[in-house]
Design a protein around this ligand. Sequence first.
Ligand code: PLP
Length: 325
Amino acid sequence: MQSRIADWRPLAPLQSLELDWLVQAGVELACLRLDLIDPLISGNKWFKLAPYLQAAQASGARGLISLGGAHSNHLHALAAAGRRFGFATIGLLRGEPQDTPTVRDLQAFGMQLHWLGYGGYRARHQADFWQPWLARYENFYPLGEGGLGLAGARGCSALIQMVDAQLSSVGWAGFDGWWLAAGTGTTLAGLVLGEQGRRMVYGAMAVPGDHGVARQVEALLDEAGQMQRRYRLLEAARLGFARVDDALHRFILETGQSTGLPLDPLYTGKALLALREACSRGELAPGTRLIFVHTGGLQGGRVLMAAKSRSGETYTKQPQIERGR
Ligand SMILES: Cc1ncc(COP(=O)(O)O)c(C=O)c1O
């Protein structure tokens, strides 16, 4: 692996976001455009991945091996990083072989793919899951699904300094809190850790409550020994993880038209719509200033939005999309 991993310090721009419903609620929003840091390795993914890439490099690993679905933002970023920084990548995929835009990209980036079926993928939580893979791919660094873990969370704490350093570009001297989508909760946990109780962190859960986001966030904070825990999780899964209802579809298209902000229906679209709903319920005091983290990752969205626009169905009948993590 080459040494450029530690040298690449992408900077996401901070942009004011003006929308009628924000003005009505008296809430000010600035968007941290992590989607713009790079055409391929974009969003929160880089910040979650970087600590593991550095650990793999330090241990002299030949490459990384990880897991995900056929639309996984996580595998997409890992494969793109492998191509960029010159290390091998192996992807273990959920289900039967599928041809999706993401899968084609993974192959183009040189990631070697293995389809585990559904039962085989479920075995990923078993203690001996990695053993045969690490015997087959000697000296590869195993990385859990979605980059879930304390090192990945700590990588996301870097976003705080990135925002603080740019506040004057939106004319602010300070702000009250963060608003972002939560999938595994790793990015949110990183902000809670970095904030140490100073500012509030709101996480709009893109997955149903039974996916264990709350438990995972608490476990990460416990592991870090973090006492100050200023955060709140909100239900934002709507019809389910990879389902696009009419209101969400319309909201994404309208927001894109009026602000130019590209949102995806899996994470960022749901998160911003959850903010609009919180505003309409009067849950945010007028004068509140928030940072909306655009966590990037438009992988599953490219299929879902196109299908929804074509069919006009209430929700997609595309094959179920695994958490884009
Ligand atoms: C685009 C996007 N936004 C948000 C998230 C959620 O991040 P986290 O898993 O750290 O909660 C993910 C992945 O899970 C993602 O791909």
